[in-house]
Design a protein around this ligand. Structure first.
Ligand SMILES: [Fe+2]
Length: 288
């Protein structure tokens, strides 16, 4: 196992993405109960790009508001610290995809666009259920496949090998990853997300976005850790009709468990393109 051991691989590569100091600072502020609006504004203001995205979102209907806000302080109060942290995380990860000359750039963009669709669909489903944690659902959707992004970015030759095996042997992505690397992209994603101190529900979404039924339910496990991966898994199936067809029993089971009617999902998808316009503007790598 030594050759492709996940920890050894992560220690030995120097091109694994890292978070910018400003995002690291915002994550730690979001966990600090003493954090004030001024602290947050000071952190955000260090990066004009971040400031403009915060204002753009605060002024959009996306977060449920459509008004004229020109001051960061006001935007921070309106969006709240969790939303600001989520914008930072989303922007940070999308910035890893900026370099158009990197290997498999198109594949990276496709994964990112798919993640935007999943994030939007999962968020809309959770809003239908009047969940108070829709922002967490959204960011979990945006980041759930970070392991795949890291796999392509850091181990492009392995990624090529994995694709070849999928094509030649008609096996699943998971099986091919196991064969080539002895670990899967959710396992790689969780390692990265732990290093970056991502909030726990996002860690669970990364780990279980293909297999939410594998979460061990213990009394001490917060409900968000169990439910958010289910939203992400259902959104992945819903935004990919072939996938939903292949895994119809999982699709039906998740709809039942989350109390979502399939017809409502169809309505969400019908109106998705409109919402994607602003999402792409804020989170797309080309706009960084
Ligand atoms: Fe995945």
């Amino acid at each position: 196992m030594a050759k492709y051991d996940i920890d050894a691989l992560m220690r030995n590569v120097d091109n694994l993405p890292s978070l910018s100091p400003i995002v690291t600072r915002i994550i730690s502020l979001s966990e600090d109960e003493e954090c004030s609006i001024d602290d947050l504004v000071a952190a955000i203001s260090q990066e004009p790009g971040f400031t403009s995205k915060v204002l753009r979102l605060a002024n959009s209907a996306f977060f449920g508001y459509a008004r004229q806000i020109s001051r960061v302080e006001r935007a921070v109060i309106i969006l709240g610290i969790d939303s600001i942290r989520n914008i930072g995380l989303g922007m940070a990860v999308s910035s890893f995809l900026k370099d158009k000359k990197q290997p498999f750039f198109e594949a990276l963009l496709n994964i990112w666009e798919e993640s935007l669709r999943v994030a939007d669909c999962a968020r809309e489903m959770s809003r239908l259920n009047k969940c108070t944690y829709s922002d967490d659902v959204f960011i979990a959707g945006l980041l759930h496949d970070i392991g795949k992004i890291a796999l392509i970015k850091s181990f492009p030759t392995f990624y090529e090998k994995i694709n070849k095996i999928i094509e030649d042997k008609s096996i699943s992505q998971f099986a091919a990853e196991k064969r080539v690397l002895q670990f899967t992209h959710p396992e790689l994603g969780i390692k990265l997300a732990e290093n970056w101190n991502f909030p726990e529900p996002i860690l669970y979404a990364i780990k279980y976005h293909h297999t939410p039924y594998r979460i061990q339910k213990t009394e001490s496990l917060p409900v968000l850790n169990i439910i958010i991966p289910k939203y992400i898994c259902l959104a992945r199936l819903a935004t990919h009709p072939k996938r939903a067809h292949r895994k119809m029993s999982l699709f039906t089971r998740l709809c039942f468990e989350l109390s979502i009617e399939p017809e409502k999902i169809a309505t969400i998808l019908e109106t998705q393109e409109e919402r994607l316009i602003i999402l792409k503007e804020v989170f797309s790598p080309v706009n960084q």
